[in-house]
Ligand binder design. Structure first.
Ligand code: GDP
Ligand code: IMO
Ligand code: MG
Length: 425
């Protein structure tokens, strides 16, 4: 028995879905603990692709229990659409296989309106959010005016909360942002209509996890986004609105941190980022375009092209420190094929000095100049390699050098999007 947390070690889209799916074969319970449908987690099994935004990436394994914890923000309509599309493919998504915490906050229509309105107002200074209402929903949670999944059993409470909250939101929408105000009755009816389908999923998530641990089962905690999008420790203000670090696996699912045994950081063999904010190793040249094309670097949620660059060991070292990573899964190594040389950023130059940690002042990461170390590239197609020894020498040198630079073992290497294209060391 061991409880494992999976987190993205960069800026999201590292391949968490693939690794969670793979590790789900050895787990009995999978828990999403933060974020919402800003996430897009891709799984590929025998050529068939599944993209999940809310439902844990263990759902393709029949025997696991999937749970959505209190730290998640859930758009009820998106959740039901995702259930329906999985059910249409014959996947069992009945209550009993899937549970939703009563404490999970709900994304409401005014959250989505405010997300769009604020981004429009920011004009040249956009965060580049996914527009899914994530930030405004977490704001209401902190302001103690949010609606929670458990409220769906109490229509009077829903009406009272919506009435109160719209008093304020409609002033913002109408007067400040020149958006259409929302009607209290319409918002309540839309939500309460979905309640009969959602209520059967309400579960005491904490109790389910406690039970599983007591029985000696293994629980997998599925993070979303990436460490450097964390609301506290990311490249603020170009971040998401939740804590993406492993510590939040405990808070966001309602268990003790002492239950977490293994913390796996998922790192892409290069860097990508979608949306605004600093990306020190960004490549705006042909190499960047090559990575984007070969890595199919287009967002699984919004379809936006992802910005691409070399691997940044400074960023990864900070992820190791912040999360206490026990090991790393390195994904998309196959994408580096045919590049004549590989660069790894080992430190930065900042204000005339060499630094090997992230600067903390706002905007500073946008001003650093990466210091690179060059390694030889490889030409061979590695997508069918099944063991570390089968990889070309140059690919092995690259993997070992990353381990040296960040001080953590790379225990899993992914060489293709399919479940089977994975090397376990
Ligand atoms: P997540 O948000 O971290 O789950 O990652 P996404 O699903 O948004 O993006 C990762 C993309 O890379 C998906 O299209 C995956 O199918 C794909 N992928 C994952 N691992 C590999 C790999 O090792 N090689 C290649 N070529 N693609 C991969
Ligand atoms: P997964 O789980 C990559 C980014 C957005 C934007 C910023 C804030 O698939 O790795 P938000 O809508 O959260 O307020 O947007 O965060 N972002 C992601 N980038 N992968 C994700 O999720 C992301 N979720 C949010 O692009 O820059
Ligand atoms: Mg993604």
């Amino acid at each position: 028995m061991s409880n494992t947390v999976i987190i993205g070690a960069q800026w999201g889209d590292e391949g968490k879905g693939k690794i969670v799916d793979m590790l789900s074969a050895q787990s009995q319970v999978i828990v999403r603990f933060h974020g919402g449908n800003n996430a897009g987690h891709t799984i590929k099994v025998k050529g068939e692709e599944t993209i999940l935004h809310l439902i844990p990436s263990g759902i393709l394994h029949d025997k696991v229990l999937c749970l959505i914890g209190s730290g998640v923000v859930l758009d009820p309509g998106v959740f039901l659409e995702e259930l329906d599309s999985l059910a249409a493919r014959g996947i069992d998504v009945s209550p009993g296989r899937l549970g939703l915490s009563k404490k999970t906050h709900l994304i409401m229509p005014y959250h989505k309106s405010l997300d769009s309105a604020r981004e429009l107002k920011r004009a040249g200074n956009k965060i580049g959010t996914t527009g899914r209402g994530i930030g405004p929903c977490y704001e209401d949670k902190a302001a103690r005016v949010g609606l929670r999944a458990g409220d769906l059993t109490n229509p009077d409470l829903v009406r009272e909360k919506v009435r109160r909250v719209l008093l304020e939101k409609n002033v913002l929408l109408r007067d400040l942002y020149k958006f259409d105000p929302l009607d209290v009755e319409a918002v309540c009816e839309e939500l309460l209509q979905l309640a009969p389908r959602l209520v059967p999923y309400l579960t005491n998530v904490e109790f389910c996890i406690e039970e599983a641990v007591r029985k000696g089962e293994s629980v997998l905690f599925e993070g979303a986004q990436g460490v450097h999008l964390d609301i506290d420790h990311g490249t603020y203000p170009f971040v998401t609105s939740s804590n993406t670090v492993a510590g939040n696996a405990a808070t966001g699912s309602g268990i003790a941190p002492s239950l977490l045994d293994r913390i796996v950081g998922i790192a892409k063999a290069y860097s990508t980022r979608v949306g605004s904010g600093p990306l020190p190793t960004e490549l705006l040249d042909d190499t960047g375009s090559y990575l984007r094309a070969k890595g199919c670097e287009f967002g699984a949620t919004t379809g936006r092209p992802r910005r691409c660059g070399w691997l940044d060991a400074v960023v990864l070292r900070e992820s190791v420190r912040l999360n206490g990573l026990t090991d790393i899964a390195l994904t998309k190594l196959d994408v580096l094929q045919n590049l004549p040389a590989l660069q790894i950023c080992v430190a930065y130059e900042y204000e005339g000095r060499r630094i090997d940690r992230l600067p903390q002042e706002e905007g500073a990461l946008g001003k650093v100049v990466p210091i690179y170390e060059e390694l030889p590239g490889f030409e061979e197609d590695i997508s069918a390699c099944a063991s570390f020894d089968e990889l070309p020498k140059e690919a092995r040198i690259y993997v070992r050098r990353i381990e040296e630079l960040i001080g953590v073992k790379i225990s899993i290497i992914s060489v293709g999007s399919d479940r089977r294209q994975t090397i376990v060391r």
